[in-house]
Design a protein around this ligand. Structure first.
Ligand code: MG
Length: 388
């Protein structure tokens, strides 16, 4: 198997929602296609993926650095010696040639899109859903009954009201989501508490509601919120403070008894190691949200999960950031705690295809080959244009 072309297009996110730090107006995502020399039914087999959501498109890094490196590499150097098939770790290594260690920024998501497209290509080669390929590649059996899923919403909308939030969350509940997440930190604490109490009222329990501050708070505000929410028994308190301030995470963990979630802005094994060593992690409750699409792809992500295990943290503590098909297949393939969903936001990437089955708070992928991105409405058109 050889890669004969790599294409990228920056696809705008639809919506106009915001969290406490970022407005997603103007955000784009890199959709990447790896074109192989394998021909099926008269067409070249193509692996497709994207660099998750929220860290912008990375066309410059892809075009200027990574795509020329992969296309310029000796074809056999990108394949497993025993299989002759594309090896995602080898492709990642080629994409990362001449890159210094450390400083894991935008290049991590550029590389992630290419590496994940390799998995899609492999799954399509075997004519199977990606979760099967991912599980086999890591010596595991997929979680055939699907994984727990929660609806990530509660963003701040222009002219927002608590009534709108209630309607949104009621819609998730009625669609079969047993748990939700809402944003905090975008309005004063007292207003956020009204929003939170409305969410708890709609879902019926604090244990069904998580809150996410997107790293906005300094120490004092993080602790003020911790005191305010402590009595509600929330599902988790997410990214209260700067994601790389492990000492502050430790202080928060000492002050707040409930689960703390973080990790979506850690892009390397080394960053996760520092979180595990210095972040005051409580293995029995805290939640890890690293995201393969933001962190060099599944090769690096699987190493993070293995490292968690070495530190006594069960892989079921992992709920990857990014509520989309790629992370659903990874969660099922690796046996993680679950995944999030973006029903209604971050289209055309967010949420799942019609063939995915949501039932009793769990979601199971459809059986489309690969990640099944071609089966997702809206995204199918973008892929067709990119691969035409
Ligand atoms: Mg988050």
């Amino acid at each position: 198997m050889r890669i004969v072309d790599i294409r990228e297009v920056a696809v705008p996110l639809q919506g106009g929602v915001a969290n406490s730090v970022v407005s997603f107006d103007g955000h784009r995502v890199s959709l990447v296609a790896l074109v192989s020399d394998v021909v099926r039914d008269g067409r070249r087999l193509v692996g497709v993926a994207f660099n998750s959501i929220g860290r912008h498109a990375q066309g410059g890094i892809l075009r200027d650095r990574m795509v020329p490196r992969v296309l310029g590499a000796a074809p056999e150097s990108l394949c497993g010696a025993d299989t002759g098939l594309i090896d995602p770790a080898r492709v990642l290594a080629a994409a990362m040639r001449d890159e210094k260690p450390g400083g894991h920024g935008d290049r991590a998501s550029a590389a992630g899109a290419i590496e994940l497209a390799c998995w899609d290509l492999l799954a399509k080669f075997h004519d199977e859903p990606a979760y099967v390929t991912v599980a086999r590649g890591h010596g595991r059996s997929p979680v055939t009954e699907g994984v727990p899923v929660y609806a990530a919403g509660g963003y701040y909308h222009p002219g927002d009201t608590v009534g709108r939030l209630r309607d949104e969350l009621s819609g998730y509940r009625d669609a079969g989501y047993a748990a939700v997440k809402i944003k905090v930190g975008g309005v004063p604490l007292a207003e956020d508490m009204v929003r939170l109490e409305a969410a708890i009222d709609v879902l019926g329990s604090g244990s069904a509601v998580a809150v996410d501050a997107n790293g906005r708070f300094g120490r004092d505000e993080a602790l003020d919120y911790a005191r305010a929410i402590e009595g509600y028994g929330l599902r988790w308190y997410e990214e209260a403070t700067d994601p790389l301030d492990f000492d502050l995470n430790r202080q928060l963990a000492e002050a707040y008894a409930g689960p703390i979630a973080t990790g979506e802005n850690l892009f390397s094994v080394q960053d996760v190691k520092n979180l595990l060593l210095f972040g005051g992690i409580r293995a029995d409750r805290d939640v890890f949200q690293m995201d393969a699409g933001l962190s060099y792809g599944l090769t690096e992500y699987a190493r993070m999960i293995a490292l968690m295990g070495e530190h006594g943290v069960d892989r079921r503590s992992a709920f990857p950031h990014g509520g989309h098909l790629i992370n659903l297949h990874i969660a099922v393939g690796l046996g993680l705690g679950g995944c999030e969903a973006y029903p209604g936001v971050f289209q055309p990437f967010g949420g799942y295809s019609d063939g995915c089955r949501l039932r009793d708070g769990r979601i199971r992928p459809a059986d489309d080959p690969g990640f099944g991105l071609e089966a997702k409405s809206g995204l199918a058109d973008e892929i067709a244009r990119l691969t035409a």
